[in-house]
Ligand binder design. Structure first.
Ligand code: AHM
Ligand code: MG
Length: 337
């Protein structure tokens, strides 16, 4: 069977469907190149002294791992010079990253979580990279400095979103608003090869993912929902459910895209100042677009994640996503109070 590469796929999207411009195609190619470099760094494990902590904290007070910093630098360097971006924003940087004056600027904004699942880096469990592409608002793009405000657009305005999972194989999963497609890195040729077209999340599922150690802090609708799943056959659902929690959102979402499931990192009362753990702009939004494009649903419990109007670059949001019928059930439990 002859398979096409990511480059061929993107050219098709540009030519046939006019779904992406040449500049957006270039942007995705550059991100994919950075992902290969990050995958290489992750794949070297302890061979290069790149495991462990970097010795600093990010804007959110989280300890940065060396590979968090390495992955962030790779994405910045790869994307700075090409002329396709107005600015970048990252989980690992307090403020937007400006394009150096020596390079031309472009029309897009790129947001990323350079290495998601940091707690799994040192233990050789899958981690990933998540990215989101927005258009820079017209007024903002002519400013000398692109501020946080330019990025504060609802997830429904994303032009493209994707993630890479550095697992047994390195895979890149992408949407440009016309379905979700998975590419697997052929390590011999160095190319991403299209391996699954139009991924679909089944509407029903018997599998759920949540960090149950937080159960005592969950709000009543989530407690009710998970209690019913745990009760299995003898409970109101009348069937048994299975649970999986990798602790890397990319890996958990990838499983859900592959065989269905529901993923939850809900709001809890552990730290009332936080609306959830996951960040809206570069974790929840890109994953929600991907899940919706694959026929699933993504909700905060009270509204569609893609409709949330962001107020801050690093804001957190409750995340409930995956198989549609289960996500709708959790949302209904929230409505019921
Ligand atoms: P990170 O971006 O600092 O790695 O945090 C996000 C990760 C997600 O990948 C994962 O779903 C979640 O945090 C796991 O959290 P917990 O350790 O509470 O189970
Ligand atoms: Mg993350």
């Amino acid at each position: 069977m002859s398979r096409i590469t990511l480059s061929q796929f993107l050219i098709q999207q540009q030519r046939d469907g006019e779904r992406i411009s040449a500049d957006l195609r270039f942007l995705i190619e550059v991100v994919a190149r950075a992902i290969k470099a990050i995958g290489n760094a992750v794949g070297k494990g302890g061979l290069t002294n790149s495991l462990g902590e970097a010795g600093g904290e990010n804007v959110q007070g989280e300890v940065q791992k060396k590979l968090d910093v390495i992955a962030n630098d790779i994405l910045l360097e790869a994307n700075e010079w090409g002329g396709h971006l107005a600015a970048m924003a990252s989980e690992e940087m307090d403020l937007p990253h400006q394009i150096p004056h020596r390079y031309p600027k472009g029309e897009f904004l790129l947001l990323f979580d350079p290495l998601d699942g940091s707690s799994n880096i040192d233990v050789n469990i899958s981690v990933g990279t998540i990215f989101s592409v927005l258009r820079c608002p017209e007024g903002a793009s002519s400013a000398a400095e692109i501020g946080e405000q330019a990025f504060l657009q609802a997830g429904s305005r994303q032009l493209a979103a994707g993630y890479a999972v550095y697992g047994a194989a390195t895979q890149l999963v992408l949407t440009v608003g016309h379905g979700v497609h998975a590419f697997t890195l052929d390590r011999e040729t160095g190319s991403f090869v299209l391996t699954t077209e139009f991924m679909r999340v089944p509407e029903d599922t018997g599998e759920y993912a949540i960090n149950a150690s937080n159960a005592r802090w969950w709000e009543p609708p989530v407690q009710r929902y998970v209690e019913e799943l745990v009760a299995g056959k003898s409970g109101p659902r009348g069937r048994d459910f299975n649970m999986r929690w990798v602790g890397s959102m990319v890996a958990d979402v990838h499983r859900i895209l592959t065989r269905g499931g529901i993923f939850m990192y809900p709001k809890d009362t552990k730290d009332p100042a936080k609306a959830g753990k996951l960040r809206l702009m570069y974790e929840a939004n890109p994953m929600s677009l991907i899940i919706e494009q694959a026929g699933g649903a993504a909700s905060t419990g009270h509204q569609r994640i893609l409709d949330v109007q962001p107020e801050k670059l690093h804001q957190r949001v409750p995340v409930i996503l995956g198989s549609k019928n289960e996500v709708e059930r959790v949302a209904a439990y929230h409505q019921a109070g």
